[in-house]
Design a protein around this ligand. Structure first.
Ligand code: GTP
Length: 241
């Protein structure tokens, strides 16, 4: 794959819930979607690009929802959300194994009976050996989103590109779900994202990516083989750099 040696793909938990982009409020883990994601990752790995994965947990538990709707304390809600990402990580690693992709699962919150604790040099070693590494449990601390965890891991792992898979093909000037006239933005700078207050990622994640000069590609999770197509420049996506 020209240009990219190592990349990080951030998947939201919601992406695991359903292969149907029109299914609102889907919950849990869709095995059809797991298979699709594992196949997409296998296609990229087969080109020789080293792959890191960061998975969210919103298909099982959304911390913000728990706080706003049920008055759960932030630390408790975020801890529940971080554990949800580990459940998704176990499912994703299993799907990768079935797709013939060697992988290792790591958690920012040590739970050695389940998976490896996150150790930066160990992760580096796994990647060099051609294994896909699935990073779970966010940053291991409350008050940080999975997007922030993904930008942190992308920096620690020296990734050439971070990709964020979303429900739509990239960034629009307003929400394309509610505004059919919303204009698609194919290229943005980090400063434009901040100035226009585009809700691509939270401010901490954007600041971290900008500081570490990690470009971010936003693309649709529903695009067949979208992960590889973005790396080859063969599909529409938004590049923030
Ligand atoms: P290398 O020896 O560097 O090639 O890595 P390796 O992952 O093959 O060897 P290691 O002996 O570290 O791990 C062997 C298996 O045990 C792998 O599937 C690891 O994911 C798993 N493993 C390693 N450490 C832990 C841990 O702390 N907890 C759990 N649950 N599994 C672990």
């Amino acid at each position: 794959m020209p240009g990219y040696k190592r990349v990080l793909l951030k998947l939201s938990g919601e992406a695991l819930a359903s292969p149907d982009p029109h299914q609102e409020g889907a919950y849990g883990i869709s095995h059809a979607m797991l298979q699709k994601l594992a196949t997409d990752v296998a296609a990229v790995r087969a080109t020789g690009v080293e792959v890191c994965l960061v998975i969210g947990g919103g298909n099982i538990y959304r911390g913000i929802h728990g706080m706003e709707k049920h008055g759960i304390d932030r630390c408790a809600a975020d801890s529940m959300g971080m554990l949800a990402t580990v459940i998704n990580g176990i499912a994703l690693q299993n799907a990768l194994t079935h797709a013939g992709v060697p992988s290792r699962l790591m958690s920012a919150i040590p739970m050695p009976s389940i998976c490896e604790p996150y150790i930066v040099h160990k992760a580096e070693r796994h990647l060099k050996k051609g294994r896909v590494v699935v990073f779970t449990a966010g940053t291991g601390s409350p008050f940080f989103t999975t997007d922030t965890a993904a930008t942190l891991r992308a920096a620690e792992m020296n990734c050439d590109l971070m990709l964020k898979a979303t429900m739509v093909k990239g960034v629009f000037c307003s929400d394309p779900k509610t505004n059919s006239a919303a204009v698609f933005l194919s290229k943005l700078t980090f400063d434009q994202v901040k100035e226009k207050q585009l809700r691509v990622m939270d401010a901490t994640a954007i600041a971290l990516a900008q500081e570490n000069k990690t470009p971010i590609a936003i693309f649709s999770i529903y695009e067949p083989d979208g992960f590889k197509k973005v790396l080859q420049g063969k599909t529409e996506f938004t590049l923030i750099s």
